[in-house]
Ligand binder design. Sequence first.
Ligand code: HEC
Length: 197
Amino acid sequence: MSNNKNEIHESEKKLLLNHDYDGIQEFNFPLPNWWLTTFWGAIIFGIGYFSYYIIFNGPDLKHEYFVNKEEIHALRAEYLAKLKKFDVNTYTSYASSPEMVKHGEYVFNMNCVACHREKGAGDIGPNLTDEYWLFAKGTPETIFPFIIEGNPLNGMPAWGELLGEDDLYAVTAYIMSIQGYPHENPKAPQGEIPEKE
Ligand code: HEC
């Protein structure tokens, strides 16, 4: 190792490891700072993460899911409560528009005929055109909230969860428009004739 090319520079001497393999020596270069920073950073982050989530039971995804679910329930309840408030002016604007009543017929044909038959003659669900009523009292302000709430245990879905406000007002207006429709073989009356207020 007398040859100039292999001579070790003074500044590098302190990096030489203290051993010699048949004349072969080894440097010990320090790890680069970026690497060390990442390494120690990851360890510190790991300790923090582990303490927060495992030792101190920090909120995890499951917790977030339940919080969100509760929020959604609350929002839905609030929405349905608001939706159920029958607004006469809105209703009148729907009922007085032949187009909206026609739209109500469309909503009825898409969602209701399966149980209430064409033009509400009644089948699984009661006849919606006679004077007899089980829940609603034959008026828009009693029919509207009943459609929203339904009676799912008896097979009448809660439409407030499925239809928008427009469709609900329109279908109520449609039901009012078919009162007294002369059906050929309607379902037998169910419920009572509501007392006039
Ligand atoms: C899967 C069957 C089914 C569908 C679909 C259905 N209903 Fe009903 N509906 C019923 C049944 C059953 C009742 C009676 C509930 C009871 O006896 O508790 C009822 C009751 C009603 C009543 C109350 C009648 C009364 O006498 O007080 C109204 C109003 C009504 N439905 C409107 C609708 C509208 C509007 C739709 C479509 C948006 C609809 N229903 C779709 C089964 C259905």
